[in-house]
Design a protein around this ligand. Structure first.
Ligand code: NAD
Length: 259
C-alpha cells in the first residue's frame, strides 16, 4: 500500500491550482505525508498570499519563501526544515524558468544571459537543493524533479529549456550515483504537456497538447493528478529499488516513432 505517513515532504514550485507541484502536493498529503511548501516571493507579497490560500487544506507545517537564485533564501528554507522537522524524507523540485523571448524563435540567437538564467533556475537549482537537503535526509530519502521530452528530442520552441532539461536529467543520474550510498534516491518524471503558467510561455503549447491528444497511445495528455500519483509512488517504499531514472508520465507519447 502506498503510505507516506510520518514522512516529511518539502514541495517547491506551487504558483497556482494548475501547477504540477500542486497536483503532487495533494497526492503526497493524501498518502499521509507532512507537507512543507516553498514559494517564489515577489515584492508585493501577492504570491505568498495566493499560495497560502491554496495550500491551506493541506495544513502545511512549513511555509517559507525560496527563490532558488538566492543561496541565503535556500539556506533559510532548510533551516526552517531543520527547526520544525529535524529531518526531511521527500523533496519535490518542480520549477523552471526561461525568458519568454527564449521560448520561441531562433535558438541560435539565445542570449548569454538568457541561457545562464534558464540553466541556473531550471537545472543548477536541483543540484543546490540536493546538496542542502542531503544532511537533513538522515534516514534516507526520495528526491523527484520534473522534466520534459524536449530535453531529449527537439520540440518546437522549447529551445534553451531543452538544454536545461537535458542537463537536469543528467544531473539526476550524477546525484543518484552520489547520494545512493546514503539511501537517497533521485528520479525525474517526464510529464506530457499540461496547461500551466510555465508552459503557457512556450510558443505553440496548445498545438503540442492537441498533437499529443491525436498521437499518444492513450489519445490524450496527462493531468497534474496523474503526475502527482507517480511522484507519490517514487517517494514511497513501493519504489525502493528505483533511482537515477526518468519516468515518462505522458500517455505513452514518448514511444511513438512518428510523433
Ligand atoms: P508552474 O508555472 O505552475 O510552475 C513553475 C514554478 O516555478 C512556479 O511555481 C514558479 O514560481 C517557480 N519558479 C520560477 N522561478 C523560480 C525561482 N527563481 N525560484 C523558485 N521558484 C521558481 O508550471 P509547471 O508546468 O507546473 O512547471 C513545473 C515543472 O514541471 C517545471 O520544471 C516544468 O518544466 C515541468 N514540466 C511542465 C510540463 C508542462 O507541460 N506544464 C511538462 C513537463 C515538465
Amino acid at each position: 500500500m502506498l503510505d507516506l505517513t510520518g514522512k516529511n515532504a518539502l514541495v517547491t514550485g506551487i504558483a497556482n491550482n494548475r501547477s504540477i507541484a500542486w497536483g503532487i502536493a495533494q497526492q503526497l498529503h493524501k498518502a499521509g505525508a507532512n507537507i512543507g511548501i516553498t514559494y517564489l516571493p515577489d515584492e508585493k507579497g501577492k504570491m505568498e498570499k495566493k499560495v497560502a490560500e491554496l495550500v491551506e487544506p493541506l495544513n502545511p507545517s512549513i511555509f517559507v519563501p525560496c527563490n532558488v537564485q538566492d543561496d541565503d533564501q535556500i539556506q533559510a528554507a532548510f533551516d526552517s526544515v531543520q527547526d520544525k522537522w529535524g529531518r526531511i524524507d521527500i523533496l519535490i523540485h518542480c520549477l523552471a524558468f526561461a525568458n519568454k523571448d527564449d521560448l520561441s524563435g531562433s535558438f541560435a540567437e539565445t542570449s548569454r544571459s538568457g541561457f545562464a538564467t534558464a540553466l541556473d533556475i531550471s537545472t543548477y537549482s536541483l543540484v543546490k537543493l540536493c546538496g542542502v537537503a542531503k544532511p537533513l535526509m538522515s534516514e534516507g530519502g526520495s528526491i523527484v524533479t520534473l522534466t520534459y521530452l524536449g530535453g531529449v528530442r527537439v520540440i518546437p520552441n522549447y529551445n534553451v529549456m531543452g538544454i536545461a532539461k537535458a542537463g537536469l536529467e543528467m544531473s539526476v543520474r550524477y546525484l543518484a550515483s552520489e547520494l545512493g550510498p546514503s539511501n537517497i534516491r533521485v528520479n525525474a518524471i517526464s510529464a506530457g504537456p499540461i496547461r500551466t503558467l510555465a508552459s503557457s510561455a512556450v510558443g505553440g503549447i496548445l498545438d503540442m497538447i492537441h498533437h499529443v491528444e491525436e498521437v499518444a497511445p492513450l489519445r490524450r495528455t496527462v493531468t497534474q493528478t496523474e503526475v502527482g500519483n507517480t511522484a507519490a509512488f517514487l517517494c514511497s517504499d513501493l519504489s525502493s529499488g528505483i533511482t537515477g531514472q526518468v519516468i515518462y508520465v505522458d500517455a505513452g507519447y514518448e514511444i511513438m516513432g512518428m510523433g
